[in-house]
Design a protein around this ligand. Structure first.
Ligand SMILES: [Zn+2]
Length: 131
């Protein structure tokens, strides 16, 4: 899976049909609570996610254990969810260290449109004939 086409020849043939899909771009930012931070994350530290790519500001680190706790949630937050789904409304994630006051706020900052053919080699199923 890749959001960037590493083989320019793949773009020479237009898709047989529209294979576009849209994902939310995410920003995950450390927010504070009334409890002290234990891990090496500071209020305002953040990273972004666009497609499959995490990006961190130059020189900023992010601790492994909170990142591991956040990763399973991010693909769900990238996708449209039902308005009543808790995945839509809940945005603050607790640090997995039970002694740490850190929280991580996941914000949908925009959208990016991708093409199926650019991110997988698995073909789309045939389109049913209109009846
Ligand atoms: Zn923490």
């Amino acid at each position: 899976m890749s959001e960037t086409n590493r083989d320019p020849a793949r773009h020479t043939t237009p898709p047989a049909r529209d294979d576009a899909f849209t994902l939310f771009d995410l920003r995950v930012e450390v927010i504070g609570t009334d409890r002290p931070m234990v891990c090496n994350h500071q209020v305002g530290d953040y990273f972004t996610l666009r497609g499959e790519n995490l990006a961190f500001p130059a020189g900023q680190t992010f601790p492994l254990y909170p990142l591991a706790a956040l990763l399973p949630l991010l693909p769900a937050k990238q996708r449209p969810t039902h308005p009543n789904d808790w995945m839509t409304t809940d945005a603050d994630i607790a640090c997995p260290d039970p002694h740490c006051g850190g929280r991580f706020r996941i914000t949908r900052t925009g959208t990016t449109t991708f093409r199926h053919a650019d991110v997988t080699l698995v073909p789309l199923p045939p389109t049913p004939e209109p009846s």
